[in-house]
Design a protein around this ligand. Structure first.
Ligand SMILES: [Zn+2]
Length: 410
């Protein structure tokens, strides 16, 4: 039996249990099944699963808006939740009051994290889940967390040294910047700091950046996950592909039909959680990947994803956060002075840049004030720092895309 078939067969009893439980307890999930004319007993094999249409992010948004906050997918009373997050959309995610509810601990163990490691978490703790979800995993591992968030790098560098922080969780680009900043301030991070391990996620890790980080004496492992699902993949010591976790089910599907793609082809990552509280079943992440065909010599039984190869549709990730064309529309709708705009995502020294090219109807008296207002609205509405440049109308023809990604991951 090949690796993928074995994985499907092995996981299927848990998938079926999750489906039966959600059908009983989550009216929102039952409605999806009924709309597809299905009952749990109609789904008896891994192949049958594709009869249930994939739940898209937009569908989830609509369901949550129609039946707030969780679209009829929560299966436990509210008081059993520890946190509720809001991620861009806005989408709401429940966190169950249980150990390691986002299931990152195995990924961190595979990255060499051990009890007693002191870990800087450089992810946001505000509204979105990343900071808190990793903290829950560290609690299970027995690693104190330093809740660094994003920014205040001077203070973070001080903490790195004084607290002898040994490990990092966050964006790879942020870590690189932090260490470069240390070097600019006269430190030799490899000699003066105790940092040896990094677990990075939420943006691609090009091999050039991994090498740049390794030069600081770090072991760098990457993971993959989403705000809704938590951990969906992580590297083992071979650093070749992302093992999917044993405690969730991952399919790669044709974004149009929702059916699994043949081995070797690119498909959308579709996830079923075995979550006792939240009925997230056949959820389309919008991320594209491909299965690596061979079993891994590390001995882990789950197959590996060959990294994230792109996005279904238009949204792109900038500095670890999704940027949706629709979010931009909402911001620019408030500016009648703007005739047209285009967002360009580029990358310089391993850091994403967001540039907004803006055509104004007629030159307002004070361009600098206009730029400041736009930047403020983008920061408020999209949570991004952006550069705004004004261009003449002929540089942005009417059919131009609203969002252009110029980044190359090499
Ligand atoms: Zn492996």
């Amino acid at each position: 039996m090949d690796l993928l078939t074995a994985y499907q067969e092995q996981q299927f009893p848990r998938i079926h249990k999750a489906i039966r439980r959600a059908y009983r307890n989550a009216p929102g999930f039952r409605a999806r099944m009924e709309a597809a004319g299905l009952r749990p007993r109609d789904l008896q094999t891994p192949v049958d699963l594709s009869r249930l249409p994939v739940l898209r992010k937009d569908d989830l948004l609509q369901r949550q808006q129609a039946d707030p906050p969780f679209g009829g997918m929560l299966m436990v009373p509210m008081e059993r939740l520890r946190r509720i997050f809001q991620s861009p959309g806005p989408l709401y995610e429940p966190e169950l009051g249980a150990p390691d509810p986002w299931r990152w601990a195995p990924a961190l163990r595979a990255a060499g994290f051990e009890p007693g490691d002191r870990v800087l978490i450089a992810f946001s703790y505000h509204l979105t889940p990343a900071g808190a979800m990793f903290e829950e995993a560290l609690r299970v591992l027995g690693c104190p967390a330093i809740p660094g968030g994003i920014g205040q790098q001077e203070l973070q560098l001080q903490a790195l040294r004084t607290l002898r922080i040994t490990a990092y969780i966050g964006l790879p680009s942020y870590l690189y910047n932090l260490l470069e900043r240390a070097r600019a301030a006269g430190w030799d991070p490899q000699r003066d700091f105790y940092l040896r391990k990094a677990f990075v996620t939420a943006e691609p890790l090009p091999s050039s950046l991994r090498q740049d980080l390794q030069r600081f004496g770090l072991t760098v492992r990457q993971g993959y996950g989403t705000a809704e699902c938590g951990c969906l993949g992580y590297e083992c010591e071979h650093e070749n592909g992302l093992h999917v976790p044993e405690d969730a089910y991952v399919e790669l599907c044709d974004p149009q039909t929702g059916a699994p793609v043949p081995p070797g082809e690119i498909g959308e990552i579709v996830v079923t959680l075995f979550h006792p509280a939240y009925a997230l079943i056949r959820f389309g992440t919008g991320d594209l990947s491909r299965w690596l065909p061979e079993p891994c010599s590390c001995g882990r039984p789950t197959p590996r994803l060959m990294g994230i190869l792109g996005r279904v549709g238009e949204a792109v990730k900038v500095r670890g956060m999704f940027l949706h064309p629709r979010q931009m529309e909402a911001v620019f709708a408030r500016f009648p002075e703007v005739q047209a705009y285009q967002a360009v995502v580029d990358r310089e020294a391993h850091v994403d840049r967001l540039i907004l090219r803006v055509v104004l109807r007629e030159g307002p008296a004070d361009l600098e004030a206009m730029r400041a207002r736009l930047q403020e609205a983008i920061r408020e509405g999209l949570r991004f720092q952006a550069e705004v440049i004004f261009i003449p109308p002929e540089e942005l023809p009417p059919e131009s895309p609203r969002l252009v990604d110029l980044r190359r991951w090499e």
